[in-house]
Design a protein around this ligand. Structure first.
Ligand SMILES: Cc1ncc(COP(=O)(O)O)c(C=O)c1O
Length: 365
């Protein structure tokens, strides 16, 4: 059946990007972040391509168990919150690591400890300035001792997360420096430490420590608005495409789509592509690039639920209904579409619609 909107996933690009991460942080182990179905790429496919990972990070117990069901044997860490004893039992059974950010969670671990049951490895979360979850730095030493003394708890490692390591302005840099400063005294505690997401891995070598936790860079996107993925030797692991389904000849002043948020500045051909916001393309990304048959043009107007419109004027007359349109991938970066939509590539990749057919390809783009 011909496809209307699809995503080609490139496992070779994933492994190449992991190799880049390793080369940039040679002294660290790598926890590959594959939450949200590996940022839309498919968790099982990504985990296979990233088989060299020292661990995988996911957002929920369900995602962790899905990796185990797919045959992943490496350590798997549930990066977000557990809140019930039943979850602890399932984590223990699945040999899944937990992140602990509160005393309440320590109590749940204690209450759920079986006499002869296996122990759960724990990552103690430090709030070094993110202002979200975690213990204040001053609480960490005491909490580390209490966790290590808690029944059912195995190894305890420390982790924190950066709020603005991707930022280029003075305020963002000052915040990252202050988070590094806040964490520095903890580096003397006898435990393994993990601080860096993709942005910190790429831009803040002082954050590398024992474990790095890259996510978006593994998928070939840049965590920065001001630097392209190619600058770091990263290759896009997803090519998101859809079919051109109509070309309309509109007149000067005609509106295009809802609003209309775009009016034709002259008589012009406008193409309709079979991909909308229900497929994960952002609704307001006017002026984002698309590529067809080696040429590029831009989207016009608001994106509908099932379609979007493009300016056909820059395209050769050989472009035909039925041709493939690349929405992001090798010719159009997901970063550029995210910038046009006022968001970040993490958002676009992880929001790829369930009805977009994923297929795995075998060559590097
Ligand atoms: C705790 C934690 N570590 C690492 C990452 C990976 O971040 P990035 O995709 O920016 O590399 C995330 C993603 O949000 C996260 O929540």
């Amino acid at each position: 059946m011909p496809r209307r909107a699809w995503a080609e996933i490139n496992p070779a690009a994933l492994s190449r990007n992991l190799a880049r991460a390793r080369a940039l942080a040679p002294g660290a182990r790598v926890m590959c972040v594959v939450k949200a179905d590996a940022y839309g790429h498919g968790a099982a496919v990504a985990a296979t391509a990233l088989a060299g990972a020292d661990a995988f990070g996911v957002a929920s117990l369900e995602e962790a168990l899905a990796l185990r069901a797919a045959g992943v044997a490496a350590p798997v860490v549930v990066l977000s919150v557990f809140f019930a004893p039943q979850q602890v039992a399932a984590m223990r059974e699945g040999r899944i690591d937990a992140v602990v950010h509160s005393r309440r969670q320590r109590e749940i671990l204690h209450a759920a400890a079986g006499r002869n049951a296996a122990r759960i490895n724990v990552w103690l979360k430090v709030d070094s300035g993110m202002g979200r979850l975690g213990f204040a730095p001053a609480e960490v030493e005491g909490e580390l001792h209490r966790l290590r003394a808690t029944a059912g708890v195995g190894e305890v490692r420390l982790m924190t997360h950066f709020a603005a390591a991707d930022g280029d302005d003075a305020a963002a840099r000052a915040l990252t420096e202050s988070q590094l400063r806040a964490y520095r005294p903890l580096r003397g505690l006898p435990a393994e430490h993990s601080l860096a997401n993709s942005a910190a891995l790429l831009a803040w070598p002082a954050s590398h420590a024992d474990w790095v936790r890259p996510g978006v860079m593994l998928y070939g996107a840049s965590p920065f608005a001001h630097r392209a993925a190619a600058d770091f030797g990263l290759a896009p692991a997803m090519r998101f495409c859809a079919r051109l389904v109509a070309v309309r000849k509109l007149r000067k002043g005609d509106g295009v789509g809802y609003g209309p948020l775009y009016r034709c500045p002259e008589n012009m051909p406008v193409g309709v592509v079979a991909c909308g916001y229900a497929d994960g393309y952002p609704r307001l990304a006017g002026g984002a690039g698309v590529a067809i048959n080696g040429a590029t043009t831009t989207t016009v107007g608001a994106v509908s639920m099932d379609s979007l419109s493009i300016d056909m004027r820059p395209l050769a007359s050989t472009v035909r209904v039925g041709d493939e349109v690349e929405l992001w991938g090798g010719a159009v970066s997901v970063n550029s579409v995210a910038a046009a939509a006022g968001t970040i590539p993490h958002h676009l990749l992880s929001a790829l619609g369930a009805r977009v057919q994923r297929s795995v390809i075998s060559t590097v783009q």
